[in-house]
Design a protein around this ligand. Sequence first.
Ligand SMILES: *Cc1c(COP(=O)(O)O)cnc(C)c1O
Length: 443
Amino acid sequence: MPDHHARRVRRDRAVHAAVSQGLLDPDETPVAAFVDVTGIAETARELRAAWPAELDVLHSFAAKANPLVPVLALLLEHGLGCEVSSPGELAQARAAGFPAGRTVLDSPAKSRRELVDALTSGIALNIDNFEELERVDRLIADGLPARRLGVRINPQVGIGSIEAMSTAGRTTKFGIALADPGNRDRLLRAYAARPWLRWVHVHVGSQGIPLELNADGVAEAVAFAQQVNALRPGQVEGVDIGGGLPVDFTGDEDTPTFADHVAVLRRAAPELFSGAFRVVTEYGRSILAKNGFIASRVEYTKYTGGRAIALTHAGAQVAARTVFAPDAWPLRVLAYDRHGLPSGAELEVQDVAGPCCFAGDLLARERKLPKLGTEDVVVVPDTGAYYFSSPFQYNSLPMPPVFGFEIADGSDGADGSDTEVVSFRVFRRAETLDELVARSGTL
Ligand SMILES: *Cc1c(COP(=O)(O)O)cnc(C)c1O
């Protein structure tokens, strides 16, 4: 089990050190994001330990959750693979050093160029639909190698609490719908005609999907793989079970854990653990969410209609989902004083607002927090996935810097006392206004 208390302590020390070291300068850098390098190592270790060692498993991190190249490189270092869904994500995975054999490409709309690239370089490819399958047929007929090919099925097991994140509804856009009339037989014939189709892929959804629903979808994929193999023994060599382990945004605990997921999968799809199949996983949010946070200085405070409002620099540009769908994506907000120490101010109900010019740009509404003041620091934990790493360009707000941090315990040697050093490494420089203008069109 990862140490949740240790994670909180690391965060507190990082905030304090970031303020002391000038990384959250009120004038120069009022908003920045931070990645817990030790936390990533612990999470990767926990993930690997949750799956039986005797199984052939590749944990391919879903790059869209946090495609920062230094983050991807860390995950590679800790033994993970990478799942990508666009040419941009593939380029980021390659820049991080992922070899083709540890890379998986999924996307519902792969261009011919993407398919040629994946086939030529030997990246695992999951085909989304019958038309894509025919396109791949032609490329293989033209002489491209068929190395790691599978088909994504839609098990149509149902949706979770966030419809936009659910990928196994009756009419969801992803994969081949297995329960639609005729599709199962058509797909079985497709496998029979193509001995190079050797994988089955499923991804039931992201966040809001109960573990049991996720496992039902995986069970459908495993059952389909077995159905193919009953007709053509050994053809399907692996099942890619996707991601979607939900994250608890209400506290520092990882619940459910990877081990919880494995336990539910064992019950619903025991054949996945029989050794008959290789396994690929595509966890994203559950690997990174709790290993990153956003910190912003409070610029101003005021009262409006009796409501206390703190105006910060963290809004829709770094937390688009929470701002636009606050009920589906609530986040905690933690108050620190201007020195970066946990605030001891009296509690007050406040709105925590971002810098964007629309009224809904709020990270928290009517939240009871220590009373915030100018230059205090607000920290938004659990934002390591799908937040600052996929910024939104509204109001031409530049991308904030991202720092990886590590804490070294050591002796200063002089008097034998222990000193603690938080070291920061730039993962992404703050975007400059020149860079921003450069991506704003050409004259
Ligand atoms: C988004 C996505 C994932 C990752 O989902 P998480 O909820 O972040 O774990 C995995 N596989 C596919 C195909 C995806 O689209």
